[in-house]
Write a protein that binds this ligand. Structure first.
Ligand code: GUN
Length: 285
């Protein structure tokens, strides 16, 4: 059996530590950390993710301020709200759940968030800091969560061949930049136009898959004893949640693998709390 990278358990441990830290601030008479969470429309998956994020905030003692806006919200209205939250000293972080309705320009919205409150790390300034190896930026939650999990399980990243499947701004690109930082690993980024995906994935010491295609990765595509990180969360017709990796088919060939659910997902949420607290600490810590 491979090592199962238990993101659920690790995230619970980290959340307990964060809760204690927040309690120490409160006992000193400081205000609670606060995260504004904006959801536009009623995408069912987004509603679930936002609920989980807010529940985790409450658990550790971060106030979550909810802004549930109708699908018909205009870009101007959304930008106005962000402007107000940018100017509110009692708001530490601002999160706009993606995807946004198609009539709203996502990039314009991301760029409207004060980079110092950008808990998702999607603002070009934070992306640029990650790309140039500066340490004072905010790292996007899923890559950060994966990194924390790899370090917790003492999985070596130095000099490894890493293959990231998926080149999104949310996961694939920042994940590859994180592995590339300090010339840590050798990184290949694959995407939907990659020829012969298998030729690349087969060479990976560490394979990260984030494309949203159920069971895309099968045992013939992975290297023996490699580490497989599955970011996919796909709901099948029967309601079952599966990743982008065919877990049962792959597990006996690899040395470590994340389950879905209970792997990367909870680490993403805990990283949001970590990012919110880092911002708060800069002001109060
Ligand atoms: N949609 C899917 N993943 C994310 C994320 O990490 N942050 C936000 N804001 N939206 C998302």
């Amino acid at each position: 059996m491979p090592l199962i990278l238990n993101g659920k358990e690790l995230s619970e441990t980290i959340k307990k530590e964060l809760k204690l830290e927040v309690e120490s601030y409160i006992s000193k008479g400081l205000r609670k950390p606060a995260l504004a969470v904006i959801l536009v429309g009623s995408d069912p998956a987004s509603k679930v993710y936002v609920r989980r994020k807010k529940e985790s905030c409450e658990y550790v003692g971060i106030s979550s301020l909810s802004f549930n806006l109708p699908e018909s919200t205009t870009e101007v209205e959304l930008l106005e709200l962000i402007g107000k939250l940018n100017g509110d000293d009692d708001v530490d972080g601002i999160l706009v759940q993606l995807p946004l309705p198609s009539h709203i320009n996502t990039q314009r919205v991301i760029e409207a968030i004060n980079p110092e409150k950008d808990v998702d790390g999607f603002h070009p300034l934070n992306m640029g800091k990650l790309a140039t190896g500066k340490d004072d930026g905010i790292i996007p939650c899923t890559p950060l969560g994966i990194w924390i999990m790899l370090k917790h399980y003492r999985i070596e990243t130095f000099k490894k061949d890493v293959v990231v499947v998926g080149a999104s701004n949310i996961v694939g690109k920042p994940m590859s930049l994180l592995f590339l930082k300090n010339e840590e690993a050798t990184v290949t980024v694959c995407h939907k136009n990659t020829k012969n995906l298998k030729d690349h994935t087969q060479k990976a010491d560490i394979l990260v898959v984030a494309v949203g295609k159920p069971k895309l990765i099968t045992d013939d595509m992975v290297k023996e004893n490699s580490v497989v990180i599955d970011v996919g969360i796909n709901r099948l017709e029967d309601g079952k949640i599966v990743g982008d990796v065919d877990f049962d088919n792959v597990k006996d060939k690899v040395s470590a693998i994340t389950p879905v659910p209970g792997g990367v997902g909870p680490m993403t949420v805990v990283s949001l709390l970590i990012n919110t607290l880092s911002i708060y600490r800069k002001k109060h810590g």
